[in-house]
Design a protein around this ligand. Structure first.
Ligand SMILES: [Fe+2]
Length: 210
């Protein structure tokens, strides 16, 4: 085991926890995520270095990480330190054709921190980073897992239940109930967000339309 990498991964998770702890207790989902993180086995015995993998969309990382410093310098420093050790994927279960249509193949990337391809195997829990390039529209989708987003950059436009898009600012959180349909439009700046699925994590997301 690489002790440096274990320490960097632990620092990354601690930075996320510190950031989430700054939100008031009544912000939906934040305490749920903190509770679930606290329940995970984050010991050295449960640490497995990911197989590093980059995607074309990772080119948006430097701009997003720099912009995110205003939300959490601590966390963005931790991300910059470790991002080349992460296993970046396209996430979800979508076909290449759908991803191409949405522009996601070339401009988006997800990485787990806790989860199957992360540093620690999750116990019915996943948490990671989401990076979506400027101008992209992530169409209506839903999944069984309750989901928290913490936006390190923004603003974005967000829709729930196929309703109208509303602006959501940098540093905001978004909480999606199980199977609640949601969609987002990224603005001029790449979106970098922490995401977490707090349970029922093995049911993949379903896209309503391409
Ligand atoms: Fe989602």
């Amino acid at each position: 085991m690489s002790e440096d990498l274990f320490n960097d991964a632990s620092w990354l998770i601690a930075s996320i926890m510190r950031g989430l702890m700054t939100f008031p207790d009544d912000i939906p989902g934040v305490q749920d995520v903190l509770t679930r993180i606290a329940e995970q086995d984050l010991s050295a015995d449960n640490f497995t270095p990911p197989q590093p993998q980059r995607l074309p969309g990772c080119r948006h990382l430097p701009e997003a990480v720099t912009a995110g410093v205003i939300v959490s310098m601590d966390l963005c420093h931790a991300i910059a330190t470790i991002e080349d050790q992460l296993h970046w994927t396209h996430g979800g279960s979508y076909s290449k054709g759908v991803l191409d249509e949405m522009g996601f193949n070339e401009n988006a990337a997800y990485a787990e921190i806790i989860g199957t391809t992360g540093f620690f195997k999750g116990d019915d829990f996943r948490m990671g980073l989401m990076l979506i390039g400027p101008g992209l529209h992530y169409n209506d989708h839903y999944h069984a897992a309750p989901e928290l987003y913490w936006l390190l950059t923004g603003p974005i436009e967000y829709s729930r239940g196929q309703g109208p898009f509303k602006q959501v600012g940098t540093a905001s959180t978004l909480w999606n109930a199980p199977n609640e349909v949601h969609a987002m439009k990224v603005g001029e700046r790449p979106l970098l967000a922490v995401w977490a699925w707090t349970n029922d994590v093995n049911q993949l997301p379903v896209l309503l339309s391409a």
